[in-house]
Design a protein around this ligand. Structure first.
Ligand SMILES: *Cc1c(COP(=O)(O)O)cnc(C)c1O
Length: 360
């Protein structure tokens, strides 16, 4: 009789909130729909696909389109089927048996998941109450254990919404020369390109930067992530990924969408303004039940209720208003939405907090 092995026997398939909600602010997507002009470009791009042919395994045009937007060298890019695919490829291929992966908590939950699947032991740096990363503490852990060969974290961080300053990131990279630093910059567009290491990968032999088209660029549907690294690392990533990982529709659609450089930049700025407005409206609610609203460098807010039951009650209240947000223990995460969506969020949150505070 066939039995599943220990590491997969009790796994549950990834299940984001299912059901239909009037307002979706649970997945940090862009709230902008496709413009009419983009839709036309997209249709043309998809019609041009040679459907009987395999896609370009190097996704050359797509890499050049992305490189053009961020002013980097296309030869330092490897495309992935979402950065999620790249995370799996990197953990699976760059760590070997007996080596350890260092992740932070809280951080993006998929990092640890891939470690477990590939049999890589996971070491966790627990962030303090402030949720700010103490790089010296991280370095102490690395220096105390030479089996730690990869450090994987997001900056700015999902879910804390906080940014780590580039000087601290650089200190980590330079003082852990025996480790591969995988720096997930999924939300960097909202923090500031001057904080990014995208243009600096050639300075380091141990750095891979991950980016995605799913958040600021508003293309979560086409599944496109990118790894940016020096030529040696890029060659290795390209060699270990599956050859036809980016389908031709995504390659063509990505090129078309990325050609709207100015529009994408303008939308990013509008999302930042939406986030700031939402933060300004929610921050004054701190005090009684809502302990902390963290200063966001991403496109979402992170709320600390210091109590899982209260956070769950607020989350359930949002669902009852047909608003999906993310519930994470004592914390809630709310993606910044359109002006109208934010208005509803602020009204509902005000109401729910007043009700709960009345009960306390
Ligand atoms: C959303 C997210 C990703 C996933 O991006 P895809 O390219 O859509 O797979 C990666 N890292 C972090 C931290 C994210 O929040």
């Amino acid at each position: 009789m066939y039995t599943l092995n220990d590491k997969i026997r009790n796994l549950q398939p990834y299940d984001p909130i299912s059901g239909n909600y009037a307002i979706r602010l649970d997945a940090n997507e862009s709230y902008f729909p496709m413009s009419d002009e983009m839709m036309q470009q997209l249709q043309k791009a998809v019609s041009a696909v040679d459907y009987n042919r395999y896609p370009d395994p190097t996704a050359k045009n797509l890499r050049q389109a992305y490189a053009g937007v961020y002013d980097i060298d296309a030869n330092l890019i490897t495309c992935g089927n979402g950065s999620d695919e790249l995370l799996g490829v990197l953990v699976g291929a760059f760590c070997t048996a007996g080596e350890k992966l260092l992740t932070f908590a809280p951080d993006f939950s998929m990092y640890r998941f891939y470690g477990e699947i590939y049999g890589v032991e996971n070491v966790v740096y627990q962030k303090p109450e402030s949720l700010e990363i103490d790089v010296n503490a991280v370095l102490s852990m690395i220096h105390a254990d030479d089996k730690i060969r990869m450090v994987l974290f997001s900056n700015p961080c999902n879910p804390t919404s906080l940014g780590l300053d580039k000087a601290d990131v650089e200190k980590l990279i330079r003082n852990a020369p025996n480790c591969l630093i995988v720096l997930d910059e999924a939300y960097m567009d909202f923090y500031g390109e001057d904080q990014s290491f995208l243009k600096r990968v050639n300075e380091f032999d141990n750095l891979i930067v991950l980016r995605t088209c799913s958040k600021a660029l508003g293309m979560a549907a086409i599944r496109l992530g990118l790894a940016v690294a020096n030529p040696t690392l890029t060659r290795a990533i390209t060699a270990v990924k599956s050859p036809y990982n980016i389908n031709s529709m995504t390659q063509n659609a990505g090129c078309a969408m990325l050609s709207n450089h100015a529009l994408l930049k303008q939308r990013t700025n509008e999302i930042i303004a939406s986030r700031d407005a939402l933060y300004q409206a929610v921050k004054p609610m701190e005090g009684k039940i809502l302990k902390t609203v963290f200063q966001p460098q991403t496109n979402f807010l992170f709320l600390d209720f210091a109590d899982g039951k209260l956070a769950k009650a607020v989350f359930d209240g949002f669902l009852q208003h047909s608003i999906a947000i993310r519930y994470m223990g004592r914390y809630l995460r709310i993606t910044a939405g359109s002006e109208q969506e934010n208005k509803v969020v602020v009204n509902v949150l005000t109401e729910l907090l007043a009700d709960l505070e009345g009960d306390c």
